[in-house]
Design a protein around this ligand. Structure first.
Ligand code: EPZ
Length: 417
């Protein structure tokens, strides 16, 4: 198990490049099961979660090649419709194979995902939507067993905006007989790019980037090649690193239109943010102003940047409030940040952050992916040395984060324990 040893390093400067978006690639990998033949994805980073998904697709019968920014998925021989517990328990996004397997093979058996460090995370809306499309769903021995001879179009209203339920339903509905309407659908960029991928494969979907999506069922899809969008959460993490630094940094290969809520909040906190077509330069504030955030579905402030923004507010000149409405229990990082001499109290789903002049290095433990990113940022600004253990969490979603940050002036060493 690796850990990071991080020395105080607030003099970042230069340019840092963003990789492809994990949370877009995961559903697109699952979507490629819908089209027999070889689909090719470019701009694919080296991440544990993508390797886990590749493993799952191989178990299902696909041939997956994954190397150096490229992935090919040949789903001609997909025949085994099961996502076993060992893989789903490692990565909840395995649930994304449910919709495509049901649509392509008429059956799927996927281990029921449990809770995780950021909350209980039910999948009830995935299952209700598939039932509305005509699937028969049974829960047996910890598995979701779904069957359908022929799915049919339906009018589906999601009680909450859900990225996963929207994408799973989209993927199931492409072969449904008739028309499916999704209401209160999620509008995250990861949903949009999955729609782009499905449409490129031949699907008939309208309403992208809105909460009302219509899918006209068709009979076949064909394999395609597509470049993956840049990771807005990785980009946002680097932008916050810039805001914590003493010098400007430029985040390259990003989509500024996916980052508007963060750009707005960084400006409110006193940073200057210079936005170009595919890059963003963050010029840090002399004094960080306290700034409140509330996480919301896109285009609101993303929950996946909540922990990282909290680190910035730890050093603000006053009191800030951070409220998470998406995952109300996503505050495991707070106790660790307080070990680094932050001053944060959590009441229900709101963190009250009293800004302090400095953080101090200590040993801390990563609990989930974004919490680990927050601890890395905090370790960089803390006086002295910070040790972050259990960094396998960060390797799930950031491709060699320490190498990227070290290139712009961070002092982070990976150590095997
Ligand atoms: C996706 O999770 C992301 N994961 C998460 O990123 C991200 O935090 C989340 O969307 C919100 O943006 C992937 O893309 C793999 P949801 P997902 O369904 O799809 C509730 C990261 O760090 N809900 O949009 O699972 C749910 O509990 C990860 O990269 C139900 O109640 O999230 C939450 O309150 C962590 N029933 C809200 O909806 C359901 O059936 C939104 O969750 C489904 C969800």
């Amino acid at each position: 198990m690796d850990r990071f040893i991080i020395e105080h390093s607030r003099d970042l400067s230069g340019t840092i490049t963003v990789s492809g978006a994990k949370n877009a690639i995961l559903p697109i990998m699952a979507a490629s099961l819908l089209a027999p033949g070889k689909s090719v994805l470019n701009n694919v980073p080296n991440l544990i979660d993508l390797r886990t998904m590749a493993h799952l697709l191989r178990v299902i019968g696909a041939r997956v090649e994954y190397d150096d920014g490229y992935m090919s998925i040949d789903s001609k021989d997909v025949c085994y419709p099961e996502a076993p517990y060992e893989l789903v328990s490692k990565m909840r996004a395995s649930i994304y194979v449910l919709g495509p397997l049901l649509a392509r093979l008429g059956k799927a058996r996927v281990s029921f995902p449990g809770g995780c460090a950021i909350g209980t995370r039910p999948v009830d809306m995935h299952l209700q939507a598939l039932e509305a499309l005509g699937a028969n769903i049974e829960i047996e021995n910890g598995y979701i067993a779904a069957t359908a001879k022929q799915l049919h179009g339906a009018d589906i209203y999601f009680k909450k905006s859900s990225v996963g339920a929207t994408i799973n339903t989209l993927m199931a509905a492409v072969f449904a007989k008739g028309t499916t309407h999704l209401h209160n659908a999620a509008m995250e960029p990861e949903v949009d790019t999955t729609i782009d991928f499905l449409c490129k494969m031949g699907a008939k979907i309208s309403g992208k980037s809105t909460t009302s999506i219509t899918i006209e069922g068709i009979k076949d899809l064909f394999p395609v090649q597509m470049d993956m969008i840049p990771d807005r959460i990785e980009a946002g993490t680097f932008m916050i690193a810039g805001a914590l630094s003493h010098n400007p940094i430029t985040v390259c290969n990003c989509r500024p239109d996916h980052l508007l809520p963060l750009i707005d909040k960084l400006r409110e906190s006193g940073c200057e943010v210079d936005v170009q077509e595919t890059s963003i330069t963050v010029i840090p504030a002399k004094k960080i102003k306290p700034t409140n955030i509330i996480t919301l579905p896109h285009p609101g402030f993303p929950t996946d940047l909540q922990a990282q923004f909290t680190v910035l507010m730890c050093l603000a000149d006053g009191v800030s409030f951070v409220e998470d409405t998406i995952f109300p229990d996503r505050f495991m990082h707070v106790a660790e940040l307080n070990r680094l001499q932050a001053d944060i109290q959590v009441n229900r789903n709101v963190a009250r952050i009293n800004g302090v002049p400095n953080l101090g290095g200590a040993e801390v433990m990563a609990t989930d992916l974004r919490a680990s990113a927050a601890l890395v940022l905090a370790g960089m600004v803390a006086e002295g040395t910070t040790t972050v253990s259990r960094i396998y969490h960060i390797d799930r979603g950031y491709d060699r984060i320490e190498e990227k940050l070290n290139k712009i002036g961070a002092k982070i060493r990976r150590e095997k324990v």
